[in-house]
Ligand binder design. Structure first.
Ligand code: AMP
Ligand code: MG
Length: 486
């Protein structure tokens, strides 16, 4: 029986030492708890009241290493904007250990911003408050919206400044993942031609995240197929909610199929498929419309690392990899189409559905209609963007949609309720997130942050709150660019 307050069990630390570097967080001057995710703590069987005591807040700041923790930084590499970078790894994250929740699911517990590691290269290993609050908001919203994501357990301010373009207050986020193994983790060993290590890593991932692959005739093939499926489904969900990750490098592609490494990510207000927010994505490689093919590209990089495991004969291995990779477009399309059908309240399947959906998107794009309010407005017409309400092309589309609804069998009330359960009313709009960050950074006022989080816990449910939380930004509030905070 593990009696430690954090009952860590550290399977990654039991892997061979070439998987990571052991490194301790570096203490900070004055840790102060900004937020503790009490419901998540409860799921992890952690005593929420005690976690707010200074002694435990010191754990979330890296000032104290709790009993049972074996801090380490994970080794990985990756393709950044298409170019292979052989030297990455957790440059500003430290894995404290793993915790099991009340369903016996295992989570990595990581500090982001705890100081330098052997992989920090030129960086300071620290995080600024803005990106920490942004990550907290984004991932907890994704969770509430039913999209696979890492979680946020706590955020602390450090009482120290970090130097970016100018001095910013520092912070640390404690975040959880079903596994922080990335496509880039596989690439790290494959690049060294260390296929023994690739095999150890694959075995680890199968045992931990894909146990259903283990009894297969070819477990590595089953793993590859399952990872590809989860990735395709994840990206379909991003597309359905207007999410733009912003840095879909292979080191930010989770093997467990979660949305990870929230950096300059953002939600679209006005719909346009070419939308890019990230200030570093100058070519638009990771624009909204490119996310599905980039997911495919990232899965190709993953598949390549497994070829020697898939068959003793490398040509046969490559053929298996290719076959698995070829499933991605259909898996994505199937998942996207079904999700979009749900957004339109369609339970039945009709050959013309895809055209109906694409026509709507084209009209939204032409009228610069708000993504979120357009879909919500299909069940709550008051919310429909003004630009659509009187547009002839939208009226015509609406007639086609009404016609299409006649083959549905649900009552109108049931259909509308189902649509409200998949089309959020509240999302973390850029200007809202920005306002929260400004209050926190400039005035030390975290109330807007807490208020926004409470609203985003129930993104589908109409709440009696200010209309500003549903409205797109006024022109002067529009956020053009987002920054990863590196
Ligand atoms: P990202 O795109 O934010 O996931 O980061 C890419 C790589 O840069 C990862 O290896 C990070 O650990 C590293 N990195 C980013 N910011 C910092 C920093 N301030 N200090 C050290 N390493 C960093
Ligand atoms: Mg990253």
């Amino acid at each position: 029986m593990n009696t430690a307050l954090f009952p860590f069990d550290n399977s990654y630390a039991r892997l061979p030492e070439y998987f990571y570097s052991r490194v301790n967080p570096q203490p900070v001057k004055q840790p102060t708890l900004i937020i503790l995710n009490e419901s998540l703590a409860t799921e992890l069987n952690l005593p929420t009241e005690r976690l707010k005591e200074d002694e435990q807040v010191a754990v979330f700041s890296g000032n104290r290493i709790p009993e049972g923790s074996e801090p380490l930084a994970m080794a990985y590499t990756g393709h950044q904007f298409g170019h292979f970078n052989p030297q990455l790894g957790d440059g500003r994250a430290i894995l404290l250990g793993e915790l099991l929740n009340n369903k016996n699911e295992r989570f990595d517990v990581q500090l982001k911003g705890p100081g330098r590691t052997p992989y920090s290269r030129g960086g300071d290993g620290r995080a600024a408050m803005g990106p920490v609050l942004r990550e907290y908001i984004m991932c907890e919203f994704m969770q509430a919206a039913g999209i696979p994501t890492t979680r946020a357990l706590a955020a602390v301010s450090t009482g120290e400044n970090v130097m970016r373009e100018h001095l910013l207050p520092g912070a640390i986020i404690t975040r959880l993942s079903q596994s922080y193994v990335r496509v880039g983790t596989f690439q790290f060993f494959a690049a060294q031609q260390n296929f023994q290590a690739v095999r150890e890593l694959a075995d680890y991932v199968i045992a931990r995240n894909y146990p259903e692959a283990a009894p297969s005739d070819n477990p590595y093939q089953a793993l590859l197929e399952a990872v590809i499926k989860r990735q395709a489904e994840l990206i379909a969900q991003w597309m359905q909610i207007g999410f733009i990750h912003g840095v879909m490098n292979t080191d930010n592609a989770s093997i467990a199929g979660e949305t990870i490494d929230y950096g300059p990510c953002a939600f679209m207000d006005e719909y346009h498929a070419d939308t890019v927010f990230s200030s570093i994505d100058r070519q638009g490689r990771y624009a909204y419309r490119n996310q599905p093919p980039i997911g495919h590209w990232n899965m190709c990089r993953f598949a390549e690392t497994l070829i020697p495991l898939l068959d003793e004969d490398s040509e046969a291995g490559a053929a298996i990899a290719q076959q698995a990779i070829n499933t991605y477009p259909d898996l994505y399309q199937h998942s996207w189409l079904n999700g979009m059908r749900s957004k339109l309240g369609l339970e039945q399947q009709n050959d013309d559905d895809e055209a109906l959906i694409n026509n709507l998107l084209a009209i939204m794009s032409d009228h610069k209609a708000d993504f979120t309010l357009t879909f919500r407005g299909l069940s709550d017409p008051d919310l429909l963007p003004e630009a659509l309400k009187h547009a002839a092309d939208f009226q015509q589309w609406n007639n086609q949609w009404q016609q299409r609804l006649t083959i549905e069998t649900r009552s109108e009330a049931d259909r509308q309720a189902a649509m409200r359960a998949v089309n959020p009313l509240y999302i973390p709009r850029n200007h809202l997130v920005e306002a929260v960050i400004r209050s926190a950074e400039d005035h030390g006022d975290f109330k807007p942050f807490h208020d926004l989080l409470v609203i985003l816990e129930k993104p589908f449910q109409k709440q009696t709150i200010s209309e500003k939380y549903t409205q797109p930004p006024r022109p002067e509030q529009v956020v053009q660019n987002t920054f990863c905070g590196t």
